[in-house]
Design a protein around this ligand. Structure first.
Ligand code: CA
Length: 176
């Protein structure tokens, strides 16, 4: 009789233990996933709108201006940008090569140079067009903000000693 009483006093606690152990635990899924996306900048951002296929060498909109050059000159796929191409004149025995550079194309990654030669085959002389005059070759002047949003770039080199000189605009954009 005494043993039975002891058992009875333990029983409620024992039941609680069982209940706790059998309590269903809902399965919980712990998960985490991370990632990053990069927003195109520079030429890639321009090309995402204006040259959705092809490379910087191609002419997406067929206006006679290759995509990379069009980016620097501030063109778009909806405009004929051939009128923005550089002009060449002479003044005081110098060849003057002039164009307007869209300031939005100053992105730290796009290289702009003017190459000069006496035939259309080799281009032995190269002049750097930087963000401003200080970052450019001495023969290159950069007038900032003329017209608004653009820089007027002019290369001036002597015609002599030859009688004929050619110049071309070269644009290097980062590979996609
Ligand atoms: Ca074009």
């Amino acid at each position: 009789m005494r043993d039975l009483l002891v058992m009875r006093s333990f029983l409620p606690k024992w039941r609680n233990c069982l209940r706790r152990a059998r309590a269903p635990t809902a399965p919980t899924l712990s998960d985490w996933a991370g990632g990053t996306t990069t927003t195109p900048t520079g030429y890639a951002a321009w090309a995402a709108t204006n040259a959705t296929t092809g490379t910087a060498k191609d002419d997406f909109d067929g206006d006679g201006v290759s995509n990379g050059v069009e980016y620097v000159l501030g063109g778009s796929k909806t405009t004929n940008d051939s009128g923005k191409l550089p002009t060449i004149t002479t003044s005081g025995g110098n060849l003057l090569f002039t164009f307007k550079r869209d300031q939005k194309s100053i992105d730290g990654a796009t290289g702009v140079t003017i190459e000069v030669g006496s035939d259309m085959v080799t281009w032995p002389d190269s002049y750097t067009v930087g963000a401003d005059g200080g970052g450019s070759s001495p023969e290159v002047t950069v007038v900032k903000g003329v017209p608004t949003g653009f820089d007027t770039i002019t290369l001036s080199v002597a015609q002599a000693p030859g009688t004929t000189k050619f110049a071309r605009l070269k644009v290097l954009v980062p590979s996609p």
